[in-house]
Design a protein around this ligand. Sequence first.
Ligand code: KPL
Length: 306
Amino acid sequence: MTANPAPTWHILGSGSMACLWSAYLLASGHTVRMIRREPPPRAEYHELVLETAAAVREFQLTLEARDAGDPLTRLLVCTKAHEVSGALRPLAPRIATDACVVLLQNGIGFQDEAARIAPRAQLYCALTTEGAYLKAPFRVRHAGIGHTLVGGYPAGDLTRTGQLATELRATGLEIRVTTAIDSALWRKLAVNCAINPLSAAHGCSNGALLDEPARHAEFLALCREISAILQGLGRNELALEVEADATAVARATAHNRSSMLQDLDAGKRTEIEYITGFLCRQAHLAGIASPRNDALYARIRALEPA
Ligand code: KPL
């Protein structure tokens, strides 16, 4: 990574996380260009509004076509998990050698696809607990202050990850670094497997998985199955913590509707393939029974738009 004080960040996606990071990077003096699937005729601008508890700030965001031509040196991928490969592939010729490509999604499976598409880039995964939602297109509300964990993928080079973290910390957002992103991804996967499909199947908030006795019993049985799968896959330490982790997250996000439920409500495809789907495939390959997860996977696929 060069010592450019404010390099250009390209942002892939236009949802709440894409707008949140664009706004914070712009506020910290970076040039930001949002890459659009529908190519604008030439680079154009869009007003971007960031609402926080303290202020409402406006920025000029540059929109850019996928084939704009300039090399990409820093790319933050904020699409849904199932969109990562399709969004990255057309950009592959523009991704510079040693570019930082940061993947900010739920789930596992697309990271290896991204590594194949951009083999010369430095790939990172980021897991965030920042809470944000779009009040309207390009108007984002930063609703909950959290932190973002960043690690090199597949293995962490601490020096380079540290440089990236320092650059991202200029935004004022809390950035933490890990050399073990794989464990963090699996921990988040286990929590998402316990909360997302069940809340989506019941159409309920995360907290409602704990409140109502029948749903809570289902939640606990699901946690036990996820735990048994993780144990069968040799992830013993994580296996022991599934129920406590998922319960703590469901409690902390009690009023949230999970991203999977929000996707279904919006008539969109969900990330089930890279959450429960990934876990079930690993279980099947290892010969581990996963009937509850299999059933939830089938249920969510049936609820998705054709
Ligand atoms: O990550 C989430 C999601 O909805 O995708 C949780 C942690 C379950 C919060 O809603």
